[in-house]
Design a protein around this ligand. Sequence first.
Ligand SMILES: Nc1ncnc2c1ncn2[C@@H]1O[C@H](COP(=O)(O)OP(=O)(O)OP(=O)(O)O)[C@@H](O)[C@H]1O
Ligand SMILES: [Mg+2]
Ligand SMILES: [Zn+2]
Length: 502
Amino acid sequence: MAHIALYRKYRPKTFSEVVGQKVVVESLKNQIAAGKIGHAFLFTGTRGTGKTSCAKIFAKAINCQHNHNGEPCLQCDVCKGIENESVYDVTEMDAASNNSVEDIRDILSEVMYLPVMAKYKVYIIDEVHMLSTAAFNALLKTLEEPPAHVVFILATTELHKVPATILSRCQRYDFNKLSIEEIGEALMYIADCEGIELSQSAARTIASLADGAMRDATSILDTCLSRGNVINDDIVADVAGISKQQEILTLADYIIKKDLPSALQEILLLEQRSVDIKRLCEELITHFRNLLLANLPKSTYQLLNVSPEKFELTKKQAETTNHAFIQTALSAFTTAFESISKGQNPKISLDIAIYTLCNTQIVPVSVVPAAQEQRPAAPVQPQQTVAPQPQQEEIIPFAQWLNTIDIVGTMDKPLYSLLKGSRAYLYNNIVYIDGHEALNNYLRGNREAATIVKQAIQQACGKMHNIGGYKNIADKFAPPKTDGLEDILSLRNSGVEVNIND
Ligand SMILES: Nc1ncnc2c1ncn2[C@@H]1O[C@H](COP(=O)(O)OP(=O)(O)OP(=O)(O)O)[C@@H](O)[C@H]1O
Ligand SMILES: [Mg+2]
Ligand SMILES: [Zn+2]
């Protein structure tokens, strides 16, 4: 037997089978039970939350010969006829593909005639916001004086595109996103019927991925079935391209230990598994939030909303870090998430957060006075090393650096924030950037970001320059180790970075 998609197989057939939407379902049932049925309904709300399903149930219920408390019996000729589409009195039209005034006139041409078999002629118009203006006007005429035996159910995901004149003629019903609990429970029920071994936690993961839409949830479950009848968190993660529990824990571990190379390697692996970086950011936010909660004295797994096993792992990890670091991490990932939402490069945004976090204890050596445009003194005599000396040329502050940073700001916000406060020097036609350790590492490891900086430099000064880390050449200008404090101070004032601990 061919596989029927789960979301079709589990389309609710009665109001009691509808998941969530209690307010809508109750008031529709009450109307039917009271026998006072309106002539125009508007079902609006997120995709895949039950609008079309409820429209069909309603069409059956108002025509059913043995209606019981507002529910259709599903057994009588009318219910069966509507279900197998042999009753002509119920018409479904998809306005997405039939949106012209002719399409509407076609169906409206017979509204005057009495129904053949049912009590009411029902017109279900899906995606009604797609109708052309002329089509809306034609529909409006009928809505203004509907024959007593006609019921319109208009459904839309985009309420704001429906003309006010139409809205004012309809009873409006809002279909809300379903909660994770509602979807999770419904998935467990489907799994039960289908003989699928679905773990509670996997059901929740699917539910949160579905973002309130039951159809999406059922589709994800369906996709997971390609991996067999036993579905756990890891399979859902694989199928949906999200990170697995263990992967998030491992990544967080590297970040807490400030092990930058391993953290980056882990992200690379996740990327190769096509994990969505924006979602990964969200998961990191949730995870660090959980670390915060796990550290509270009376914390429980219910508080974190995770399984008891995951709670234990989270709690253990929370003990390896502290409140301040978790807060820093939360704000770094939130910034990254916001940047991505605004259209910035996801990988760069997340990388910068990680670079920053892995370097949070390194205080930037801030020894150079602000005056960028001042020419520093000539470089001191080079150290007596065997390394070949660069061709002698004066090192000078790169005069267009502030402009460069501003230009980067228009191209890449996270990179901009990393560049802010840095300095740059021109030497042998190369712009040497002197900044936070995180910045240097970042530019070294990320071609895309380096290219952005080079482009900005070119825009700022009209010339192409290669870039490099100032640290790489700093020792060429550093004083001999035996130099006294005075020399060091004078060097500092000239804009050359000196690390006393060397
Ligand atoms: N509230 C719900 N209860 C149970 N199943 C639901 C619910 N909402 C959606 N579904 C599932 O999703 C499928 C699609 O639902 P339906 O067509 O009613 O959604 P819709 O709101 O009309 O979506 P769209 O806006 O995309 O037309 C159903 O067949 C069913 O499997
Ligand atoms: Mg629909
Ligand atoms: Zn019936």
